[in-house]
Design a protein around this ligand. Structure first.
Ligand SMILES: CC(C)(COP(=O)(O)OP(=O)(O)OC[C@H]1O[C@@H](n2cnc3c(N)ncnc32)[C@H](O)[C@@H]1OP(=O)(O)O)[C@@H](O)C(=O)NCCC(=O)NCCS
Length: 150
């Protein structure tokens, strides 16, 4: 495992995180990643983006999003050259530990149907696909600059 540590991402790592996701993450069927989007995440919840870092290099990520109501996981990714070493599992464990500290009682993960490797890691960690729910989505237009926030 070398000098692997898990820690929260920092503001100075936006470019490195985006570069890491380009090579390591599942990028189908989702809004494009932007520095502004990652910055907004870290500004709202500085501990939400957990990185696995070896030396100066990002080798894994997970977003552990707690909205005060439910626990949501996104962006589980491990560098292609570091897979099957258990890093993905460590990231899931760290995210779950975070949720438990808030009193979270159930966690969900966004998983593409056509990603069997991902199905296996989630199943290995106790996650089960729900057959009676599906996700309904609607892309949002950009806010008008003078719109009041309700
Ligand atoms: C899915 C992913 C995060 C797994 O990360 P990882 O660090 O290799 O996972 P781990 O080493 O912790 O694997 C834990 C267990 O998950 C299962 N597993 C993980 N990857 C697997 C694969 N490619 N094939 C079969 N089983 C797999 C195994 O049971 C494994 O345990 P084992 O190695 O003792 O057999 C990594 O392959 C990845 O980044 N993929 C691209 C991005 C992606 O698809 N992310 C998921 C989005 S939902």
């Amino acid at each position: 495992m070398g000098d692997l540590i898990l820690r929260a991402a920092t503001d100075g790592e936006l470019s490195a995180i985006l570069e890491f996701w380009q090579v390591a993450a599942e990028n189908e069927s989702r809004p494009p990643d932007t520095p502004e989007a990652v910055e907004a995440l870290l500004s709202r919840d500085p501990e939400a983006l957990i990185l696995a870092v070896d030396g100066a290099r990002i080798v894994g990520s997970i977003i552990a999003g707690w909205d005060g109501w439910r626990c949501h996981l996104y962006r589980l990714a491990v560098a292609p050259w570091r897979r099957r070493e258990g890093i993905g599992g460590l990231l899931i464990d760290a995210a779950e530990q975070r949720f438990r500290s808030f009193g979270g009682t159930r966690v969900d993960a966004m998983v593409l149907d056509d990603n069997p490797a991902a199905h296996r890691i989630w199943a290995a960690h106790g996650y089960r696909r729900q057959s009676d729910w599906s996700r309904w989505v609607k892309p949002l237009p950009a806010p008008a600059s003078s719109s009041p926030i309700l």
